[in-house]
Design a protein around this ligand. Structure first.
Ligand SMILES: *[C@@H]1O[C@H](CO)[C@@H](O)[C@H](O)[C@H]1NC(C)=O
Ligand SMILES: *[C@@H]1O[C@H](CO)[C@@H](O)[C@H](O)[C@H]1NC(C)=O
Ligand SMILES: *[C@@H]1O[C@H](CO)[C@@H](O)[C@H](O)[C@H]1NC(C)=O
Length: 667
């Protein structure tokens, strides 16, 4: 039986809220009386629709993340979305980028969210804002800043003060900045999401913490006011939607092409019997993982399901409409099994990573046009931009990389990236072993996160032994250690998990290392990270080395035989070909023939990871905005962390077409 005291409490709460929100059955959410000529955005539960300035409003939206597209291209890409017939752009806000540490907040350059919102408004697009704080989005730690993991016992996405306190501080800064862009204040933001597919997390962790969701709702309400539409998004299943649902926040669902649209919206209707139908993430493509085939979704399927949704007057957001790039080391991983996402976030979206459009784009536009008017195609519109054919650049060997590592002292047991407040990159763990061991002795590192090169140095030789990998579940290696040998383990952080119950993904070596069953102690630790400051220092060293000329080194046969696991730095200065005189540099694609796995830096900007050895991404998108026009010099630096099979010289090639669909070991 339903406890009556709770029932009364509910009625009282409803009454109180009802007077503010006009929530009585049959009336509408967030509609102030006489608001027809003011800027208002609300939900009509009577008419099952959104209401904008007093008129019914159905949105057709597309996702584009400002942090994944060069700022200089924001307006051009938004205009393409408008030409496709979209009326809205949906974006996440990525906390980790804006607050790389708790004392520093960044809103400049590619993180100038005000400029992005203004660009959307100028283009005639409304904005659906998804501030997280957790966003998934195939980003490191799902967009949460890794510094919150310094607290070992933190419970992410809960009411744990270790989580909510920094969220509150961040939200206050963020909303102070963007409140003037709310629709009611003259800006483009019509709706704000609370959390992000929380139902999936709750369902997987087995605990739906409503108090947390309500706390986040109240925090958001307190910052934007009661008259802004808040919504949640959850996967298209009753369990997920129930778990993610928050009182007084409108519940929406997400699903892709091929779904049974009737059934999918029936799930939303079970939770929201009245109000607009909304698919907040309709997938025209899908994400990729290194080593697994490139994902593709056909235009026919996309068109068919889009048609079915528009026919029932649903609101749709296409995720992604323009995916862009996970520049730097910002890409995240998925778990169970551990799979790492590549640098490209093309997503097989209607607007490609490099801003080009094709059949899928035009099919969507035609479909939208059959329901509502779309803007004319401007005469300057081109399906593809011209790409730079900048030829082949011979790369020069600079040095092995270990002299760049920053020292963190000696620790009895291994410590993590987060303990050291190192966000990304590599940690080197070194220890000298003593005494006798079995022969061979197994080096066991069950807590390897995520990929490690193991070396053994004796008085006579320094030898690379092999690679450990969390993804491949290779967690041990046989060694033949002698008293006094130095064991060195170089660990790569491949990107923190962004989805599911293993979100609290600390990196480095977690737990102890054993050799022949004995726990190894006294680890000397040093690290190589890629922050603005460390990359500047690295680039300075590289440019000095290039100037001093000691650079032309042909790769020899024997180098190839011994290069595996020898992390090395390579660089080159180059001018764009003179046929580009007086032209702005064009976008281009970098191909890495014979290179194995590593990181590319262009004019001090970390472009991202490459790993053509496993695919499917074979080329990296290099926006022209990162290049300098002729006759200025450009510098490209490469940290090759694995092995080289380029002979006799290691080159990179600039090409005019992308290849993100290369051969992979797995389906
Ligand atoms: C979709 O689901 C509805 C309701 O469950 C069902 O009646 C209908 O047959 C399904 N359509 C298809 C094409 O499977
Ligand atoms: C690692 O070993 C030390 C002993 O050297 C022990 O105190 C510690 O609890 C171990 N850590 C883990 C995570 O097992
Ligand atoms: C490199 O290794 C191959 C295969 O083991 C061997 O045939 C070749 O002689 C080696 N080359 C050099 C220069 O050591």
């Amino acid at each position: 039986m339903f406890p009556t005291n709770i029932l009364i409490l509910l009625m009282v709460t409803n009454l109180a809220l009802g007077s503010i929100l006009d929530l009585a059955p049959g009336s509408d959410l967030n509609t102030a009386p006489g608001s027809a000529n003011k800027r208002t955005f609300s939900i009509s539960f009577r008419k099952n629709t959104f209401i904008k300035d007093g008129e019914p409003y159905r949105y057709i939206s597309g996702s584009m993340h400002y942090f994944r597209v060069p700022r200089q291209y924001w307006r051009e890409r938004l205009e393409k979305m408008r030409v496709a017939g979209l009326t809205c752009v949906q974006t996440y806000v990525e906390w980790s980028s804006h607050q790389p540490n708790p004392e520093e907040t960044i809103f400049k350059d590619n993180l100038d969210i005000e400029e992005f919102l203004q660009a959307a408004a100028d283009t005639g697009l409304d904005v659906i804002l998804r501030p997280g704080p957790y966003i998934d989005a195939e980003r490191d730690l799902g967009g949460l800043p890794s510094w919150i993991l310094k607290n070992k016992n933190i419970n992410l996405r809960t009411n744990d003060p270790g989580f909510m306190k920094p969220v509150e501080a961040w939200y206050k800064i963020l909303f102070k900045k963007i409140n003037k862009y709310l629709y009611k204040n003259g800006g483009p933001i019509i709706m704000i999401q609370v959390e992000n597919e929380y139902g999936s997390y709750g369902a997987q962790t087995g605990f739906c913490e409503k108090e947390y969701l309500e706390n986040l709702r109240d925090l958001t309400r307190g910052l934007v006011g009661d008259d802004v539409v808040l919504f949640t998004t959850d996967g298209n299943s009753l369990d997920l939607v129930k778990c993610g649902k928050i009182d007084q926040v409108y519940a929406t669902v997400d699903f892709g092409p091929g779904a049974n649209v009737t059934q999918a919206f029936h799930v939303q209707r079970t939770i929201e019997p009245r109000g607009p139908l909304v698919n907040s993430e309709f997938y025209p493509g899908w994400l990729d993982h290194w080593g697994h085939q490139h994902s593709k979704v056909g235009s026919d399927e996309v068109d068919k399901t889009l048609d079915e949704m528009l026919r029932v007057e649903a609101n749709v957001n296409i995720y992604m409409f323009h995916g862009g790039t996970s520049f730097g080391l910002s890409a995240g991983s998925n778990s169970d099994p551990f799979l790492v996402t590549p640098t490209s976030y093309d997503y097989d979206a209607p607007i490609s990573e490099s801003g080009d459009v094709g059949e899928k784009f035009w099919r969507i536009r035609t479909r939208i046009q059959s329901y509502q008017s779309v803007p004319p195609v401007p005469p300057t519109f081109r399906n593809e931009s011209q790409k730079g054919d900048y030829g082949t650049i011979p790369m020069r060997y600079i040095w092995p990389v270990f002299n760049l590592f920053r020292k963190y002292g000696v620790h009895e047991s291994p410590v993590s990236f987060e303990d050291l407040r190192q966000n990304n990159g590599f940690l080197l763990y070194e220890t000298q072993v003593s005494g006798l061991f079995s022969d061979p002795a197994g080096l066991n590192i069950p807590g390897i996160r995520d990929r490690a090169y193991v070396y053994i140095n004796s008085r006579y030789s320094s030898r690379f032994v092999g690679v450990l990998s969390r993804g491949e579940n290779i967690l041990s290696l046989p060694l033949q250690p002698r008293d006094g040998d130095l064991i060195r383990v170089l660990v790569e952080n491949q990107g923190r998990i962004c989805f599911g119950p293993d979100l609290r993904d600390r990196k480095g070596i977690i737990g102890n290392v054993t050799l022949g069953g004995k726990i190894l102690k006294n680890w000397k630790i040093s690290g190589l990270t890629f922050t603005e400051k460390t990359v500047q220092a690295l680039e300075k060293l590289i440019s000095e080395n290039l100037r001093n000329g000691g650079t032309r080194r042909q790769v020899q046969d024997q180098d190839l035989n011994t290069s595996q696991g020898r992390m090395s730095v390579w660089a080159a200065m180059f001018q764009l070909q003179s046929n580009s005189i007086s032209q702005e540099p064009l976008d281009t694609f970098v191909e890495l023939p014979g290179w194995h796995k590593g990181i590319i830096i262009v004019n001090g900007f970390v472009l991202g990871r490459y790993w053509p050895a496993v695919g499917p991404q074979m080329t990296l998108y290099l926006p022209g905005t990162l290049l300098k026009p002729y006759p200025e010099w450009n510098r490209i630096s490469i940290l090759e962390q694995d092995r080289l099979t380029c002979l006799p010289y290691c080159n990179i090639r600039f090409r005019t077409s992308s290849n993100i669909d290369g051969p992979t070991p797995f389906q």
